[in-house]
Write a new protein. Structure first.
Lengths: 409, 483
């Protein structure tokens, strides 16, 4: 269901009583907390090594050459600890990290080992061990499992999603409210490029028509695009869309009578060509993500201290750069946590190394931390979801994956 | 050399229908031609039966009442403000304290936004019904024919009094005859209040008529010209300026009972003899004796039977469905069938779909925005989409519903529609994000394009970075853009 941003009065009318949408996990409440949890799904497979660079690894510079972020130089990465540094497009995340309100997890992945976006996203969001007929997400099931344990209700909505269609992660038995931003984002440059590419290979007339209307002067034959990007503008629009969506989600979560759990999804991370780690496509996306995190912090106001934001993606990308200055689908990547409730300021990683023998199937960063363990850690310590429930209902058949401890303050 | 099996069925749905949906290719693979004919043979083919929709006369009366009420509200508000101002200007020292009565008498300057007015609500309700009919259809061939004739005999909602009744016009004048006789449709269209208002015939007065001799207002040739130029014979064919003027005189008096009139027939067609030009008139070499409304009906009947009309209509139909420059043999065959059957439009449609030229695998035509958008909605399995975004998308792509910029209607050639191709990418992106959550792009691809898709298209969809992007690529694929 969708509705425009409701006024406070509408919220009250719709719910009937002041606390109808309020959800207070009884155990957490007993501890005097009112936790909020926002999941941000990055669709397209974020290149973890370009977001958080292992500058201390002796193989790093050899691996990525002039695309390797380094602690000094023109696009100096922001130091996290002696080993890792953050992409300079993310100064807000860096600030939060330094003040203990952000944690980086590296070399992490779901149990999925193929490299299809759809299936990878299914596994990421469903919480199952493999792709299949998933019709609910781990977040919704976590919420549903908490209901009997003291939910304050009046028939309102528990979880919240941005966009016309709720992401799988928040779909399921517990009811969800969606909110659509007034303006849907324009098609990404990546989508436009793919359309143009398809036309160039199969329908020259449509290709010409589209190019003309995009203001391109020449048709680049043989060899693909030759670096001609369809649109320069777009970075500003992306930034605005990320910030607006994230800010609105935070506004809702911050309300005393609002939902406590939310999810939103951002596209565009599938950087097969001209990745633009330091300036260009990925840098713009990371800057937009950084702005979104800042918007959440700002809109949560004093409830920020009770908040955790988890930024996750379906898998990572190849360790090496490919022939078009980009990367292809990989395996392990990063997960980013931000929020005042965290015991942050550290990178959680069991670093596998970057020598060829250390790479997964000789091509990808090897995963050493199961992402489900990280999510379990947050759900258990922040929302007080029962550990046995986590292993059976929320992440089925994950008994051997222990919740990562110590993430929360 | 036509396609075979499933590929031919897929082509059929894209070219003659409103696009495939889950299972529809499979359902007609054994006999696509037969399926098309079965659809238009059904007794209620092309009709919409929705008891909540108003007739055009009801709509006109309701719109009139609505405007009256609005005018009264504005007047009351202004009067109250003026009264209030008069009272406070009465020498009271502190107007904000001393005149509580005046202040409370004046209603809020800006009343809460009441939403779209009645004409717009009627327009949207009709749009919803139209989209719904297209989404419900098995193939949508009857719908495509209705849309074709509706564009051929177009009116525009941009004219204030047409907006509340343009949807009803399509149902009453077009749908009722799209699979009937051309002559019947022609008469229904040219005597419909929507057309009479749109092309100004409702105010056309014969110079020597009773009204004409009293007033300074006179003949308006607009409708007569467009009937000859656009609806029947075609531009620059067998008619002259004299024919236009003569015909215009013939149809003076073809008007409507004003909606403001306190009558059960307010808003309906009326022949007003006081406006009608007396005497015989000559139109295309034939003389038509005086005879009230019958004079006009006779001219229309003659136009409906004219060989030039047959050729014009045949060419337009072939251009719309088959190719911008349709094969001449096909056009001749259609024109002959039109004349042989006295304008039987169902027979004409059957002749079209049994013609081998109509099954040419080359998909030369580009889907119009309305066709493309509905195709995407069908592929996605939506049955009751939000009408707002659909209307916005059509507007953005240059085909606002029932609002062509000229009586010629929306272009049938593909050229003009290429202009909106880059906007289609954004619309595809938005459509993709509104699709049902369970939508699996790979499944949707097979059900909508599979048999006629290139391997490049299949690969592009499989490699998309997210489900929404995959759907957007499906809708932008050349096989989905063309028919």
């Amino acid at each position: 269901m969708t509705m425009h941003a409701p006024t406070r009065r509408e919220l009250l009318l719709a719910s009937g009583t002041l606390f109808a949408w309020a959800y207070a996990p009884r155990l957490a409440r007993a501890e005097g907390r009112d936790p909020r949890f926002l999941v941000v799904v990055l669709r397209g497979a974020l290149d973890g090594l370009a977001a958080v660079a292992p500058v201390g690894d002796p193989e790093w510079q050899r691996l990525r050459g002039d695309k390797a972020l380094m602690p000094s130089g023109a696009s100096a990465a922001l130091p996290l600890d002696s080993f890792f540094a953050l992409n300079p497009a993310m100064p807000n995340l860096h600030r939060l990290y330094k003040s203990g309100a952000a944690t980086i997890v590296h070399a992490t992945a779901t149990p999925y080992r193929e490299r299809s976006h759809f299936d990878g996203q299914d596994v990421l969001e469903s919480g199952l061990g493999s792709p299949g007929a998933a019709d609910s997400g781990w977040l919704n099931r976590a919420l549903a499992s908490l209901q009997p344990a003291g939910r304050v209700t009046g028939g309102g909505k528990d979880a919240f999603a941005i966009g016309p269609i709720a992401p799988l992660v928040v779909r399921g038995p517990a009811p969800v409210l969606s909110w659509t931003p007034r303006r849907l984002p324009p098609a990404s440059d990546d989508t436009l490029t793919r359309v143009l590419d398809l036309y160039r290979h199969t329908d020259p007339m449509l290709a010409r028509a589209l190019e003309e209307r995009l203001g391109l002067a020449t048709i680049a034959r043989a060899g693909g695009m030759d670096g001609q990007q369809p649109r320069a503008a777009g970075a500003g629009q992306v930034r605005a869309y990320f910030a607006e969506s994230a800010g609105m989600a935070a506004k809702f979560l911050a309300r005393p009578d609002g939902p406590r759990i939310g999810a939103l999804a951002f596209d565009g991370w599938d950087t097969h060509a001209d990745e633009g780690v330091m300036s260009g496509r990925l840098a713009n996306l990371l800057a937009a993500l950084d702005g979104a995190i800042a918007a959440i912090e700002s809109e949560m106001k004093e409830t920020w201290r009770d908040t955790v934001v988890a930024v996750i993606t379906e898998f990572g990308r190849t360790a090496h750069i490919n022939g078009t200055d980009g990367t292809d689908h990989g395996t392990a990547t990063v997960a980013l946590l931000a929020g005042g409730a965290l015991k942050g300021g550290r990178v959680v990683a069991d670093w596998p190394g970057l020598k060829p023998a250390n790479l997964h199937e000789g091509r990808d960063l090897k995963p050493t931390t199961d992402l489900r363990g990280v999510l379990k850690g947050v759900l258990k310590d922040h929302l007080r979801v029962d550990e046995a429930v986590l292993a059976s209902k929320v992440f089925p058949e994950s008994g051997r994956v222990k919740p990562v401890a110590g993430l929360l303050a | 050399m036509a396609l075979e099996g499933k590929a031919n069925a897929a082509l059929c749905l894209h070219r003659f229908g409103v696009g495939p949906r889950a299972g529809s290719i499979e359902a007609i693979t054994s006999d696509p031609r037969g399926a098309l004919m079965a659809e238009i043979d059904a007794p209620d083919a092309g009709r919409i039966s929705d008891p909540t929709l108003l007739t055009s006369a009801e709509g006109a009366r309701a719109a009139f009442k609505f405007r009256q009420e609005q005018r009264a509200q504005r007047l009351a508000a202004r009067t109250a403000r003026e009264d209030g101002a008069a009272k406070t200007g009465d020498g009271s020292a502190a107007p904000d304290m001393k005149a509580p009565d005046a202040a409370s008498a004046a209603p809020a300057i800006a009343p809460p936004n009441p939403g779209p007015g009645l004409p717009q609500r009627l327009y949207l309700a009709e749009a919803r019904a139209r989209i719904h009919a297209a989404l419900e259809a098995k193939i949508g061939f009857a719908e495509r024919l209705v849309w074709f004739w509706s564009n051929h005999f177009c009116v525009s909602a941009d004219k204030g009094n047409v907006r509340p009744i343009c949807g009803a016009y399509e149902r009453e004048a077009i749908r009722a005859h799209a699979l009937g006789r051309f002559g019947d449709m022609l008469l229904a269209v040219e005597s419909h209040p929507a057309m009479l208002v749109y092309l100004d015939n409702a105010r056309s007065i014969g110079p020597d008529s009773m009204a004409g001799m009293r007033q300074k207002r006179g003949l308006n040739e607009n409708l007569a010209r467009e009937i000859l130029e656009l609806h029947t014979l075609g531009v620059r064919t067998v008619y002259t300026q004299e024919d236009v003027t003569g015909f215009a005189k013939v149809i003076t008096g073809w008007t409507l009972v004003p909606p403001r009139q306190d009558s059960a027939r307010a808003g309906e067609f009326q022949f007003n003899p006081r406006m009608h030009e007396p005497g015989a008139q000559s139109v295309i070499g034939k003389s038509y004796p005086e005879g009230g409304a019958e004079q006009g009906r006779t001219v229309l009947a003659a136009l409906a039977r004219h060989p030039t009309t047959a050729k014009h209509v045949a060419a337009k139909l072939a251009r719309h469905f088959v190719a911008d420059e349709p094969p001449d043999a096909l056009v001749q065959r259609l024109a002959k069938r039109f004349l042989d059957t006295d304008g039987n439009l169902k027979e004409l449609a059957k002749t079209l779909v049994t013609a081998p030229e109509a099954w040419d695998p080359t998909r030369a035509k580009l889907k119009r925005p309305s066709e493309w958008i509905v195709g995407a909605l069908r592929a996605g399995g939506t049955l009751a989409p939000d009408i707002g975004p659909v209307m916005q998308a059509q507007n953005l792509l240059g085909e606002p519903l029932w609002r062509p910029s000229a009586p010629k209607g929306f272009a049938d050639e593909s050229g003009p529609w290429l202009d909106g191709l880059s906007q289609r990418v954004d619309i595809a992106n938005q459509l993709a994000r509104r699709m049902p959550a369970e939508a699996d792009p790979r499944e949707m691809f097979e059900e909508a394009l599979g048999p006629i898709a290139s391997s490049e298209t299949r690969q592009a969809i499989t490699r998309a970075e997210s489900r929404p992007q995959a759907l957007a690529l499906l809708f932008m694929a050349p096989e989905f853009q063309r028919r």
